[in-house]
Design a protein around this ligand. Structure first.
Ligand SMILES: [Cu+2]
Length: 158
């Protein structure tokens, strides 16, 4: 394949990808990433920002990935000086607003990895919305600063 055609294909892929991020729900996803896990980790954390460009609230109900047995929506909260993770059944993205998943706050808890993931890998995620809509995103695995508030070990309670 020539370099020119490779570039053309890359541009085409990028264009299709950009379209794919904007769904009928009006939700777009910015800066998705998965924290590179320590060896043997049984849970990983994913972060991203959701922007709702529609005029109505969008409700996030859950997520799935072919690489994980299960995904839960968690929030890290401090209670009596102790940080713990609380599962969220649903989260609203207000019209014209954003919902950020970031270390120390909301995160997607990726449970039961089916492969060993390293920096540079990507994780396909599907976010499920109320009303049957879904948003797909591909999140790169990155090294992140360890979050002192999140202990992503096998001992994970709610
Ligand atoms: Cu968690």
């Amino acid at each position: 394949m020539t370099t020119a055609s490779r570039v053309a294909i890359s541009i085409l892929v990028a264009a299709v990808w950009a379209i794919g991020l904007a769904t009928g729900s009006g939700l777009t996803i910015q800066d998705p990433w998965v924290r590179e896990p320590p060896p043997g980790a049984t849970v990983l954390a994913a972060y991203l920002t959701l922007t709702n460009r529609s005029g109505s609230p969008q409700m996030l109900l859950g997520a799935s990935s072919p690489l994980f047995e299960q995904i839960e929506i968690h929030q890290t909260v401090e209670r009596d000086g102790t940080a713990r993770m609380v599962r969220q059944e649903r989260l609203e993205v207000p019209p014209g607003g954003q919902l950020s998943f970031a270390p120390g706050s909301y995160h997607l808890m990726l449970i039961g990895p089916r492969a060993t993931l390293h920096e540079g890998d990507t994780v396909d995620l599907r976010l499920e919305l109320e009303g049957g809509d879904a948003v797909d995103v591909s999140a790169p695995v990155r090294r992140g600063e360890p979050d002192p508030h999140e202990h992503h070990t096998g001992a994970h309670t709610h």
